[in-house]
Design a protein around this ligand. Structure first.
Ligand SMILES: [Mg+2]
Length: 231
């Protein structure tokens, strides 16, 4: 892959450890609103329900079945309902405070800094994210990811989400890159890998959850360290 000049990354769960930071933020809210005392379920009992609800709804956004507003209205209500807590007011409070709270936490994915330090002298680095624009900006600017990226493309800028090839095309233009000199690294098989391949870029699949999808010409890695085998 020695023709590569530009490396594009997904943000959430590829570089910024969304799952870990979300868990810290939710644990903070769970204590703040005394949910265990009021409803009898511990945070460890609640968390898998939230994870299931949130991941499912994000997959529906990606597949254009629901909007981000619907996700925000539903993820906590669904998680609490499924656990057996019928408290719509609590669900609304969690949604209202969650995005603010999560930015108190800025853990990056294991190996992210080492990888960016290794790549930065050799390549132009960029991000393409489906996350909310204000939140994504804050994640980059207030974490140790700040200063590594020449461009960041937010899906909200275009109102188009990965895997739509137009977002990759826009990012390439914005970076003054060429697709044949660019590679995309992400943890979502459809949004990141299928999307970038459909657009015509090389791609690396970061298989953090052992999804085991595969495609010809797409290397799979399970730790960011392994990117060095290809770049
Ligand atoms: Mg991701």
């Amino acid at each position: 892959m020695n023709t590569i000049k530009h490396v594009f990354f997904d943000l959430d769960n590829t570089l910024w450890d969304f799952r870990k930071n979300a868990k810290f933020a939710l644990a903070e809210l769970y204590i703040k609103y005394d949910v265990e005392t009021k409803h009898g379920f511990s945070f460890d009992e609640f968390h898998p329900y939230y994870h299931q609800s949130n991941e499912g709804l994000w997959a529906q956004i990606r597949d254009k079945e629901i909007t981000k507003e619907e996700l925000r209205a539903r993820r906590f209500k669904q998680a609490f309902d499924n656990l057996g807590i019928d408290d719509d007011e609590l669900a609304a409070i969690f949604e209202e405070e969650y995005m603010e709270t999560i930015t108190n936490y800025n853990e990056v994915v294991d190996g992210a800094m080492e990888l960016l330090d290794y790549l930065k002298p050799k390549y132009s680095l960029h991000i393409i994210t489906n996350g909310f624009i204000e939140v994504s900006k804050r994640k980059i600017e207030s974490s140790i990811l700040n200063g590594y990226f020449q461009t960041v493309t937010y899906a909200d800028e275009l109102k188009i989400l990965k895997p739509d090839p137009r977002i990759f095309s826009h990012a390439i233009e914005k970076s003054e890159a060429k697709k044949e000199e660019s590679i995309y690294i992400g943890d979502d098989w459809i949004a990141d890998v299928v999307g970038s391949k459909k657009f015509g870029m090389s791609s690396i699949f970061f298989d953090r959850l052992n999804d085991n999808f595969s495609m010809d010409d797409v290397p799979t890695i399970t730790h960011l360290d392994e990117v060095k085998n290809y770049l």
